[in-house]
Design a protein around this ligand. Structure first.
Ligand code: HEC
Ligand code: HEC
Length: 608
């Protein structure tokens, strides 16, 4: 261990030295490029798409903020271009000459021109609201972009590259898919646990099909336009114990579909074979002949493949485990180990291969479905040795750290945030006190930890989460250090409720005055950079089963990105929070806010 540190330090100082030299003389610039510090950054592909002629693959690389163009024939990476910040998804137009990429953290979408072996950004458009999933209409003229932060779908005219409409959908829209005729759009809305179905002609939401749907992954519509398929996770409400985990009574993994021709109950199937679960299903694709359904399970690092015909997709409870008769039947179901963190996937034109964007492996893997192996790995570029933070990231997304591989940290702390459900992790020694999954953004700066604030040591909090929430193997000291390093570098999306230049809107400025006023008293407790005084207060929400008194003032940074509020999640909206459970009368003993004051205050809270 010490030796590795010594070597790392030596290499860093060498690299810094070389860079200094290069700065002063200019001569050593080339040698500096060879130095370890300037090895390629991790690419971390999250999505992959194939041109209609089957000859080119495009990947979206989340940590190198780029898009790569790969020739299918020989696997050569022929181009890599910069593309926004933290890009999330890509769609290729039916003519194969244009593609659209969402830059989630730069609040932009980018139109790419694809020509024989060349790639360039032909235009960019600011679209506020954390753009994520993208889909292009069959005529290639319009595109749809899910805006996760503002709960909308943006309609983009690709010729003028302008946003022509915004359609309100369920909360936390992430990924979406169009029917083949472009008339309907299915949008996974994880904040509301459901799928919103949109009429693209009227440009309005038709209905929501709701179910207990967390972390809804990629969506694909069947070739007949009848169903939208997608994977997701359920939370089954029981306290975390090894027995409950094994029974699928804590978290479970599902695939299902909703009808697009009118409201109907969702049809679902449990994915987890007893004893060896399939965690964090994310990418999904149907084969061109519609007989095969493939999904990436990013938590258990594999491709899971089903024969779609006669899958028992049910409108009632799908059970807690994959049906044993399917689990045992290798003609109907198999799993291909991939390692890393498999994310977006797509079929080749023959339906014989699946291309997998593997985030942690920095590669595209080509899976041969006939012999069920990884036939080829196309390296997109990454660091030769993972950094400490990258090792922590690997643990964060690893469901093998939990009993039988049912879930990872990410299953609850989605991409470091929250999946907005209340859990009984039993971490404070109480029983039956369900608490909201906390966001881990700025976690080091917002101690003490856990809702009651009883934990004063972040490393100990991480160790407890690894050992007890996951009920997995005991973490090493290095695991804990790596996890802390990852959380220290967790990327955050910019706030979507401010002016484009980052300043507060006029309404938010008025709200700020309310927030700091004596009439509301918010800043007495929510103060400092993260809007917490780090103190424990009794604000009237204690439960008789609590082991600790009072609650630690929670940070309000990113509060707009929650779907439920307070430790027990009983306030659905900020309006409800401020008129009832956490009103100024209750927390500060002052007068109720006027409607105008409350509206302004909410606008301010959303801007934090
Ligand atoms: C099954 C859901 C679940 C999983 C999986 C999970 N957590 Fe949590 N986590 C929670 C809940 C619920 C809380 C709040 C519990 C409380 O306050 O009593 C929490 C709180 C935390 C906190 C305290 C945050 C703060 O601001 O005080 C940390 C740190 C944390 N989790 C880290 C992790 C790590 C690291 C992993 C993976 C090893 C993980 N958690 C896995 C549900 C989960
Ligand atoms: C006496 C200290 C105190 C005051 C004053 C106070 N808060 Fe809080 N706030 C807390 C505590 C403690 C919690 C956590 C309570 C719980 O969940 O049980 C909390 C929770 C919240 C939450 C929910 C956070 C989440 O992650 O779910 C919001 C939003 C919030 N406060 C905003 C406000 C606003 C706006 C005001 C002014 C009207 C205010 N608070 C006044 C201490 C305070």
């Amino acid at each position: 261990m010490l030796r590795r540190w010594a070597i790392t330090l030596l290499l860093i100082s060498l690299a810094v030295g070389l860079h200094r030299h290069a700065w002063h003389t200019g001569e050593l610039a080339v040698r500096a490029d060879d130095a370890p510090s300037s090895r390629p950054r991790d690419c971390s592909p999250v999505d992959v798409a194939l041109t209609p002629d089957g000859r080119w693959l495009l990947t979206v690389n989340q940590t190198s903020d780029s898009v790569s163009l790969v020739r299918v024939d020989d696997g050569a990476v022929v181009a890599e271009i910069a593309c926004g910040r933290h890009p999330s998804a890509i769609a290729i137009a039916p003519d194969g000459r244009r593609a659209l990429v969402s830059g989630t953290h730069s609040s932009e979408i980018h139109l790419l021109a694809i020509e024989e072996g060349k790639l360039r950004v032909s235009g960019s458009l600011k679209v506020n609201g954390e753009p994520r999933g993208v889909a292009i209409a069959p005529d290639g003229r319009l595109a749809y972009v899910a805006l996760t932060a503002t709960n909308e779908v943006a309609v983009i005219d690709l010729d003028s590259l302008a946003c022509v409409a915004r359609i309100a959908v369920g909360r936390w829209p992430r990924y979406l898919a169009l029917t083949p005729d472009g008339s309907r759009l299915a949008v996974g809305a994880s904040g509301d646990g459901g799928v919103s179905v949109v009429d693209t002609v009227k440009r309005e939401k038709l209905y929501d099909t709701k179910f207990v749907g967390l972390n809804i992954g990629h969506v694909q519509v069947s070739a007949d336009g009848q169903y939208a398929y997608f994977p997701w996770m359920v939370y089954a409400d029981r306290p975390i114990t090894p027995g409950n985990i094994r029974e699928g009574w804590v978290m479970g993994n599902r695939v299902g579909r909703v009808r697009l021709d009118g409201p109907a109950r969702r049809e679902a199937m449990a994915l987890d074979p007893r004893g060896r679960a399939v965690a964090d299903p994310h990418g999904l694709a149907l084969s061109p002949d519609q007989h095969t359904l493939a999904m990436s399970a990013s938590g258990t690092h594999e491709l899971v493949v089903f024969q779609l015909d006669e899958l028992p997709l049910r409108t009632d409870g799908p059970g807690d485990h994959l049906k044993p008769e399917i689990a045992r039947d290798s003609d109907r179901f198999f799993r291909v180990a991939l390692g890393g963190r498999p994310m977006g996937i797509c079929f080749d034109r023959s339906g014989q291969h699946v291309y997998v964007a593997n985030y942690l492996n920095n590669s595209i893997q080509v899976v041969n479905l006939a012999d069920r192996t990884v036939e080829r790995t196309i390296d997109l570029g990454g660091a030769a040795e993972p950094s400490l933070a990258r090792r922590g990231e690997t643990i964060f997304y690893d469901a093998k750290r939990s009993t039988d591989g049912w879930y990872s940290c990410h299953s609850c702390h989605y991409e470091g945030g929250t999946n907005a459900v209340t859990m009984d992790t039993k971490n404070d020694g109480s029983n039956g006190t369900y608490k909201m999954v906390l966001s881990l953004h700025n976690v080091r700066q917002t101690g003490p930890w856990f809702w009651h604030g009883w934990q004063k040591d972040l490393d100990a909090a991480l160790r407890k989460s690894l050992a007890e929430t996951m009920q997995g193997p005991a973490p090493t000291d290095d695991d804990v250090r790596a996890m802390a390093a990852f959380l220290d570098t967790l990327p955050t999306a910019p706030n979507s409720f401010r002016n484009p230049d980052g300043t507060l809107t006029e309404q938010a400025q008025r709200g700020q005055a309310v927030f700091t006023s004596a009439a509301a008293g918010c800043a007495n407790c929510h103060r400092g950079n993260y809007f917490t005084d780090g103190q424990i207060h009794d604000v009237g929400l204690a439960s008789e089963y609590d082991v600790y008194d009072g609650y630690n003032t929670p940070s309000l940074v990113g509060i707009a990105n929650r779907a439920r509020y307070l430790h027990h999640g009983r306030a659905d909206t900020l309006d409800e929070l401020l008129t009832d459970l956490h009103s100024p009368e209750k927390v500060s003993g002052t007068r109720p806010l006027t409607d105008a004051e409350r509206a302004d205050l909410i606008e301010y809270l959303k801007s934090l």
